[in-house]
Write a protein that binds this ligand. Structure first.
Ligand code: NAD
Length: 343
């Protein structure tokens, strides 16, 4: 896939990339809050834009996907340009999956979804996910200017969401030397960018560095199989309705503290990237600490979430047990400074 990263690229590069793919009538898709940015992209496309559909919602509800597919077909679209965070990109992916239309992505958060062939769809209250090469964008256009409006707290949690992809890619069963290099560099970039953009949210260099990190972390996610941390966040988001990026931020230090004794090489890489011997502690320091309790999880739900996260097998460096997972969730629920499990 092609990647363009430069300030202003949403307006200056998208039309050229659409043309390069030979497309003449693309549907621009976004969420409601992202409609203004999407309108800018649509205007820049001029005649090559077949319409703007600003109806994306979190977790891609089936009826939202059905409607978007209908709109794409009715407009006679020959491609789809999605502008927004992971939720909007998720809708673009399902349009691509159902219609076979080529997808271009213009990400406005650091979720990394644009770099993966993974799609998700929520039907009857349950989110199904799958892998299909058709949903991988042909071109990704990263524009730091588009992320200037991302509030600092959301920038930080979204950045830690990206770091979580890289962290689990480093100890994935299908890790490889090249992907591990991308993951380590992605964490280094993101960990450098987050304090810089917190101090100066409109600093384009810091915003560009964060997108560079999101790109590498997302690519590492797309190439590997995730473990305990992502499983926990999937359960907490899907079954208990907790917010995506904030939940990743609240869980990651404790999931890594738990897995650390069984994943020394991954922890060494993360330590190099973060410049620390105490990876869970450094991640806890990086993001304003938030506990699962503050995100709205009820104490009684810790046990149910632990059972849900152990029901199906998935790869993880440390064996998955109900007791172990309960300890991780309990610690994330309290939100105190993590201690690496000495086992
Ligand atoms: P999101 O897309 O829901 O965005 C969060 C909020 O930020 C929304 O209200 C959105 O309108 C707003 N927003 C986005 N960009 C903004 C900007 N530049 N300025 C101001 N506000 C902005 O959240 P997300 O964290 O980007 O994505 C989460 C979703 O993506 C989840 O459903 C998750 O499952 C999915 N995801 C999928 C993959 C994959 O590989 N398939 C990877 C990561 C995340």
């Amino acid at each position: 896939m092609r990647v363009v990263l430069r300030p202003g690229a949403a307006v200056t590069a998208v039309p050229a990339e659409v043309e390069r793919l030979g497309l003449r009538r693309v549907l621009v898709v976004s969420g409601r809050r992202g409609a203004e940015a999407a309108r800018m992209v649509a205007d820049a496309l001029g005649e090559a834009c077949a319409g703007l559909h600003a109806e994306a919602r979190m977790h891609v509800p089936a009826e939202v996907a059905d409607r978007a597919v209908e709109v794409a077909r009715a407009a006679g679209a020959d491609g789809c340009v999605v502008v927004g965070g992971g939720s909007a990109i998720g809708l673009g992916k399902v349009i691509a999956l159902r219609t076979g239309l080529p997808l271009l992505a213009v990400p406005s958060t650091y979720s990394g979804s644009e770099m993966t062939p993974v799609w998700g769809l929520t039907e009857h209250g349950a989110k199904r996910t799958g892998r299909d090469p058709r949903v991988l964008p042909r071109t990704v256009v990263y524009d730091p200017e588009l992320t200037l409006s991302l509030p600092v707290p959301l920038s930080v949690t979204s950045g830690v969401n990206a770091i979580a992809h890289a962290a689990e890619a480093l100890y994935a069963p299908d890790a490889s030397p090249l992907v591990s290099l991308m993951a380590e560099e992605g964490v280094r970039a993101m960990a450098g960018a987050l304090p810089a953009l917190t101090a100066a949210p409109r600093d384009l260099d810091a915003r560009a560095l964060a997108l560079h990190g999101a790109w590498l972390c997302g690519a590492a996610l797309g190439a590997t199989t995730m473990g305990l941390h992502h499983k926990l966040c999937h359960v907490l988001g899907g079954t208990f309705g907790l917010p995506h990026a904030e939940t990743h931020t609240a869980v990651l230090p404790y999931a890594l503290a738990h897995n650390a004794p069984a994943a020394p090489e991954a922890m060494a890489a993360l330590g190099r990237a973060l410049g620390t011997d105490d990876v869970p502690g450094a991640l806890w320091d990086l993001a304003a600490p938030r506990s699962l309790a503050r995100l709205g999880l009820a104490e009684a739900d810790v046990a149910e979430a632990a059972r849900a996260a152990t029901r199906q097998a998935y790869p993880n460096p440390r064996q998955i047990t109900v007791a172990g997972v309960t300890d991780v969730l309990r610690a994330a629920y309290d939100g105190d400074r993590p201690r690496t499990d000495p086992r």
